[in-house]
Design a protein around this ligand. Structure first.
Ligand code: NDP
Ligand code: GUE
Length: 284
């Protein structure tokens, strides 16, 4: 018999509140300027998961009173063509935020494409400028998933200062910036990745664990320190996280479910930053 002791960090509920606040701010922008905040979404190819994510993001925009403009490019698009399309959006005064859905395909230089996003429109927090600002603790747009994770931790009053935080994964849009934000809040941060030796022993030290691996049920309850706070950013086919929820919930004090945890917060942060970008670009 297993008994679950962890409390849930409810990302669906927090995202709903965040989107409501954002909708009110978007309406105020429209009222004061006559201009509705606008997010441009760029999708390269037809990967079904990416198609779904972009659709979810655009639906949420509509709910929040944010316009969205969708650019769909064939899988055969070259780096030059993608950079040109994004540059056009960067120069378009009607567009306040730009989201390039990752991944774009192996033949494209994704970094070059991200860098074509004007910094003031980088509401997904993917450019080097945004990353640097995050690292220095300066104002700017944060990567949406790490930003959503921090909002969840704050909403549940998770103390970070002096705590041992372990981030499993070091991708540019998730693991690496998540560690930077935790460091910025005075956690003692350790990154793990595919070359980490004896991952279990590192994970076992974590007061706060962020799983961002992309492997279903990869982290098991036996490696969770009793009382730890567990954030599962994984989102694998079949809506399965990177943490084995049932066994982890027996030891954690707080845990995010999948779905209903980090995922909805990612979109909430994207919307919030889009409206923030619009406010700034419209001089409010
Ligand atoms: N909810 C949301 O909004 C989002 C969810 N996701 C989900 O988060 C997960 C991670 O995504 P993303 O960061 O883009 O993925 P990537 O594939 O870019 O990165 C995965 C990371 O995990 C590390 N890793 C892989 N295998 C192991 C292993 N056996 N042991 C330790 N580390 C390992 C890799 O290490 P190395 O660097 O050495 O290769 C890499 O750093 C996915 O499930 C994805 O769907 C992603 C973005 C947003
Ligand atoms: N440039 C870029 N920025 C991203 O933020 C980005 C990206 N590329 N590429 C792909 C990943 C994936 N991603 C998700 C967003 C929301 C949910 C989400 O809302 N999930 C819901 C479930 C939704 C459902 O499937 O019904 C949940 O977890 O409850 C999941 C995954 C953002 N990503």
């Amino acid at each position: 018999m297993s008994t679950s002791t962890a409390a849930l960090m409810d990302g669906t509920a927090l995202a709903r509140r965040t989107v409501e606040e954002t909708a009110a701010r978007a309406a105020e922008v429209t009222r004061r300027t006559g201009v509705t905040p606008c997010l441009a979404t760029v999708l390269v190819g037809e990967d079904p998961a990416s198609v779904t994510y972009v659709k979810m993001k655009r639906n949420r925009c509509a709910q929040a009173g944010i316009r969205s403009q969708h650019v769909e490019l064939p899988a055969t698009t070259t780096t030059e063509e993608l950079v040109a399309a994004i540059t056009a959006l960067s120069l378009d005064p009607e567009v306040h935020g730009i989201l390039l859905q990752h991944p774009v395909g192996p033949h494209i230089d994704e970094r070059a494409a991200f860098e074509a996003i004007a910094p003031e429109k980088d509401v997904d927090g993917v450019t080097m400028a945004s990353f640097a600002a995050m690292g220095f603790g300066l104002p700017g747009f944060v990567s949406c998933t790490p930003g959503g994770i921090m909002r969840l931790l704050d909403a549940y009053d998770v103390e970070l200062s002096g705590k041992r935080a372990v981030v499993v994964g070091r991708s540019a849009i998730l693991g690496k910036p998540a560690g930077l934000l935790l460091l910025g809040r005075d956690a003692t941060v350790t990154y793990c990745h595919s070359r980490t030796r004896d991952l279990s022993s590192v994970v076992r030290e974590a007061d706060v664990l962020v799983a961002a691996v992309g492997r279903p049920n990869f982290i098991k309850g036996e490696d969770i320190k009793p009382g730890a706070v567990v954030v599962d950013a994984g989102y694998n086919p079949g809506n399965v996280g990177d943490v084995d929820f049932a066994s982890a919930a027996e030891r954690a004090s707080l845990i995010t479910p999948v779905p209903g945890g980090v995922g909805p917060m990612t979109i909430a942060v994207l919307l919030a930053q889009t409206v923030e970008g619009a406010e700034r670009q419209l001089g409010l």
